[in-house]
Design a protein around this ligand. Structure first.
Ligand code: GAP
Length: 557
């Protein structure tokens, strides 16, 4: 199936079956915001729970997991969305959390510089053109940027450009590289007016690229003065750094240990796109792992590999997933090393991957910045950044955020390894991976195309459906009894007695329900039911007495 077509089908299914809706749809929608419907909320809750169980509830602090340097503690927190503005000054977000954008002076369209400037790459040995820009625009109906053959050839040009400039990241072209391209284009346009960059929409004059801070600003209290400005958090991570001392002092954790949280983050993305992939409001699942500096590289490798495996364990096939180490010039200002888990989303071209999660070695940047004031790199060392008056640019908290190891009697500032995942992106990836069309016999035995979501049973919004074969002979009552036994066992169950049995199976296949239980005439005489498996289509007869245990053990896998 062509990938564009596949993505459109997934978006259509998500809406039709109540997984994901555009936010405020009756008012025409709001770009970059999405709502989860009755099935979507369950799917996303299962993604969240599976992550939380892996990180916290099922973690055994007495046991060293395979590949880990030692055993360790894991605890959770839930911190506020609006934090002290000083947090964002010392974290670097106030100064550095920017995208470059350009505006059209005539039609007021706005483009992300790295998207618009893609066309510049074509300049290398080829005629200048701005055709690329429109291919990266959002499609209003689906919120997806649809690629075209035009953008494909441009991608090739970027690859060539990156190779020539010593960076081999597929499809990525860095802002510094872009600025060089932009300046070169301006210079060359002095002798050739055809090269003057113009708006791809109306050919109007464009502004120079400018910084645009992605944090949403809000105001605290009624006065609304500048000093009341606050920000919606752009990441959940800072809530864990500023609580490092509270967690150490209030729980019995010893280094190494991790603090995890799941929560909403907000970024005023210039071009939200690709369905929920790049939204302005989204949920993150982040963990900060505090360890001794001498062990930090081992822990980085451990978390990088473990997080990659988590996606595979929950149904993403290895051929659609990569673990990509960042090149040096791609690392964040604080990072010693970062790897991304990336997925071959169907809205991307073949060979392209989109980020699901970043695993970063953040060194001691965060704890020291919140203690001493914002750090910056000088001659390869992290030092407190100075303002024009020679004093620290931003005041730190002044609190001692070091750790004292009472066994080794050593005091040190822990290093941090951070696996930072997007809950919405993971949910979207699981949905895309699960989407299949196969051939299966209908009730007359004729082969028909079947749409099926092959979701991992842990993630499926509904685990089991109960059907009476017909609406008489005591079957609905017996099916209702069975339905309630699943409810009592805490298994997500649905009941359906409408339409032919084949249609009911199809309805469940479409939403990924792993098992369908049918009450038929043998149930009434022999107290057994059929259990149909979504993927193999095999039907087993199971005794009603054993049914809940049977389903529970198959759900465990
Ligand atoms: N604390 C580090 C941090 O926030 P990030 O790579 O900016 O790192 C982590 O974000 C994850 O959050 C990403 O890998 C992605 O899954 C998700 N994410 C980031 N921006 C997003 C957006 N605009 N829409 C949806 N998910 C996003």
């Amino acid at each position: 199936m062509p990938t564009e077509n596949r993505m459109e089908k997934i978006v259509a299914l998500a809406k039709r079956r109540g997984f994901i809706f555009q936010s405020s749809e009756i008012y025409g929608g709001l770009n970059g915001f999405w709502d989860y419907g009755p099935l979507g909320v369950e799917l996303k809750r299962n993604v969240r729970q599976t992550w939380w169980a892996d990180m916290i509830t099922e973690h055994d602090e007495l046991f060293t997991p395979p590949g880990a340097p030692s055993s360790f503690d894991m605890v959770g927190v839930e911190t506020s969305i609006i934090m002290h503005p000083q947090v964002w000054k010392n974290s670097g977000h106030f100064d550095l959390f920017v995208d470059k954008m350009i505006d059209c002076k005539a039609c007021k369209s706005r483009f992300r510089f790295d998207h618009a400037a893609i066309a510049i790459a074509v300049l290398e040995g080829q005629p200048a053109t701005w055709v690329a820009c429109e291919t990266f625009e959002r499609d209003d109906a689906t919120g997806m940027g649809l690629s075209s053959s035009k953008s494909k050839s441009l991608e090739q040009s970027i690859l060539q450009y990156n190779k020539a400039h010593g960076t081999d990241q597929p499809g990525s072209i860095h802002t510094t590289t872009l600025s060089v391209c932009w300046n070169e284009l301006k210079e060359r346009s002095a002798s050739n007016p055809k090269l003057i960059p113009k708006c791809p929409k109306c050919a109007g004059e464009l502004t120079e690229p400018r910084d645009f801070n992605l944090m949403f600003k809000t105001t605290l209290g009624a006065l609304g003065t500048d000093s009341d400005a606050a920000y919606l958090r752009p990441e959940t991570a800072q809530g864990m750094f500023v609580n490092f001392k509270n967690v150490c002092d209030s729980s019995r954790v010893k280094i190494p240990f991790g603090v995890a949280q799941i929560g909403k983050s907000f970024r005023n993305e210039i071009t939200p796109r690709n369905f929920t992939f790049r939204s302005r409001e989204f949920e993150q699942m982040e963990m900060e792992f505090f360890c001794h500096p001498s062990q930090s590289l081992q822990w980085y490798q451990y978390w990088r590999d473990r997080r990659f495996q988590w996606y595979i364990r929950h149904g993403i096939s290895q051929q659609n997933l990569i673990l990509r180490e960042h090149a040096k010039d791609e690392l964040s200002h604080y990072s010693v090393g970062t790897a991304d888990v990336e997925y071959a989303f169907p809205f991307l071209d073949a060979g392209e991957y989109g980020e699901l999660e970043g695993i970063a070695h953040r060194g001691d940047f965060d704890l020291r910045s919140h203690s001493e004031g914002k750090l910056c790199k000088e001659n390869g060392q992290l030092v407190v950044e100075k303002g024009p008056d020679g004093k620290p640019k931003y005041q730190g908290s002044g609190k001692d955020l070091s750790y004292f190891d009472d066994q080794s009697r050593e005091r040190f500032v822990p290093h941090v390894i951070e696996p930072a995942a997007g809950c919405d992106r993971a949910t979207l990836a699981f949905l895309c991976e699960a989407y299949h069309e196969d051939q299966a016999p209908d009730e007359k035995g004729e082969m028909q195309t079947r749409l099926v979501l092959r979701l991992h049973p842990k993630l499926a919004p509904v685990k089991v459906a109960v059907f009476p074969l017909i609406k008489k002979d005591g079957m609905p009552e017996k099916a209702a009894e069975i339905y309630r036994s699943f409810k009592q066992a805490g298994i997500a169950v649905t009941y359906d007695q409408q339409a032919a049995i084949g249609r009911r199976y199809r309805r469940m296949d479409e939403i990924g329900t792993p098992f369908c239980v049918t009450v038929d005439s043998d149930t009434m005489s022999g107290d057994t039911v059929t259990v149909r498996d979504r993927d193999s289509l095999k039907q087993d007869r199971v005794s009603v007495k054993e049914l809940v245990n049977h389903i529970q053990s198959r759900l465990r896998g």
